[in-house]
Design a protein around this ligand. Structure first.
Ligand SMILES: NC(=O)c1ccc[n+]([C@@H]2O[C@H](COP(=O)([O-])OP(=O)(O)OC[C@H]3O[C@@H](n4cnc5c(N)ncnc54)[C@H](OP(=O)(O)O)[C@@H]3O)[C@@H](O)[C@H]2O)c1
Length: 302
């Protein structure tokens, strides 16, 4: 695949998209590109002030889409339900849902519902949001769900006995676990969509190594060591391309994973990447789904 950029995005006029964590980093660039292409973009952000600020910055760049802000705290299952309900009352369709928001290596902490924060925000919150919105997505021809993971998923394992940090907390281990859960979720969702005969597409993407606020909890020494290991970081417009490709390119099929194309997945332009066996594990995915169903009380309307 050669150098697919946002210039390759076709006209998105008439489409409605939600981008979670759209106030900064990869989410901001994803929302900006969809807006420039004509979509009506809902900036789902943790607080209204940041959402409004992002909307103003997007508008200032010019574009032909529409913009709307919504407050979304993925660390609170009740708030996620409230946001989804408001959205459903206001909108008749949802073409693109980008599950982008994420938190990396914070000090040990939990969601309002008692789940380890990274697992709760990065995975469970998006499981719940997608479940609430699934009927609307399923009623929208050609709808797509893009869930943003990371190459950190390679190091992840799901420890079902420790999802509330009952035993111990290791910041990077928990991040990798949550990013593996993103991959398992995207693929399992596609399996369930197909089993139901529905037409929605669920895809995973990962942005590579980008200079964003994601490193906000890293100390300088760890950050410098990571950059020395990974090499040059990309600007977030480039990291947004795999999410954008997954959301709009004609070739995309459910269950696929898009990543920057250079070896290691840290840099480059979007390309399909094979998912490693632990990301495709049907038993772990089914167990994870059941856990999320019980934890959130949300059963998808397949
Ligand atoms: N940057 C990279 O190199 C890289 C690499 C691999 C994967 N990723 C993935 O890419 C995605 C975007 O990350 P980024 O690099 O753009 O990081 P970022 O600049 O830190 O942006 C993360 C976004 O998620 C939001 N968020 C965090 N906790 C939230 C919560 N409880 N409820 C709602 N929103 C919340 C943040 O809101 P606030 O600003 O209000 O905190 C922010 O909008 C993440 O899923 C991340 O795991 C990034």
């Amino acid at each position: 695949m050669t150098m697919w950029t946002k210039k390759n995005i076709g006209d998105q006029t008439g489409k409605t998209a939600i981008v979670t964590g759209a106030n900064t980093g990869i989410g901001f660039e994803t929302a900006l590109a969809l807006y420039e292409a004509g979509a009506h973009v809902v900036l789902a952000c943790r607080n209204e002030r940041n959402a409004q600020d992002a909307a103003a910055r997007i508008q200032a760049q010019g574009g032909k889409g529409g913009l709307e802000t919504a407050v979304l705290n993925l660390a609170n299952l009740h708030a996620i339900g409230a946001l989804a309900e408001t959205f459903i009352q206001k909108h008749e369709k949802l073409d693109i849902l980008i599950n982008n928001a994420g938190v990396m290596t914070p000090p040990a902490s939990k969601t309002d519902d008692g789940v380890e924060l990274q697992f709760g925000v990065n995975f469970l919150g998006h499981y719940a949001l997608t479940g609430h919105l699934y009927p609307l997505l399923n009623a929208t021809p050609g709808a797509r769900i893009v869930t943003v993971s990371s190459m950190a998923y390679l190091h992840g394992a799901i420890d079902f006995a420790n999802l509330r940090s009952e035993q111990s907390y290791d910041a990077f281990r928990e991040y990798a676990q949550s990013k593996l859960a993103n991959v398992l979720f995207a693929v399992e969702l596609q399996r369930r969509i197909e089993a139901a005969g529905d037409q929605v597409i669920s895809v995973a993407a990962q942005p590579g190594a980008n200079n964003t606020d994601l490193s906000r909890f890293m100390n300088e020494a760890d950050y410098n060591a990571a950059v020395a290991r990974i090499g040059q970081l990309m600007d977030p417009w480039q990291g947004a391309l795999p999410s954008l490709y997954a959301a709009v390119a004609d070739e995309v099929q459910g269950g696929e994973f898009y990543s920057p194309d250079e070896p290691g997945g840290y840099r480059g332009y979007p390309a399909k990447l094979a998912i490693e066996p632990h990301g495709m594990d049907r038993n772990v995915a089914a167990r994870l789904w059941e856990w999320a169903e019980n934890e959130s009380g949300i059963r998808y309307a397949f």
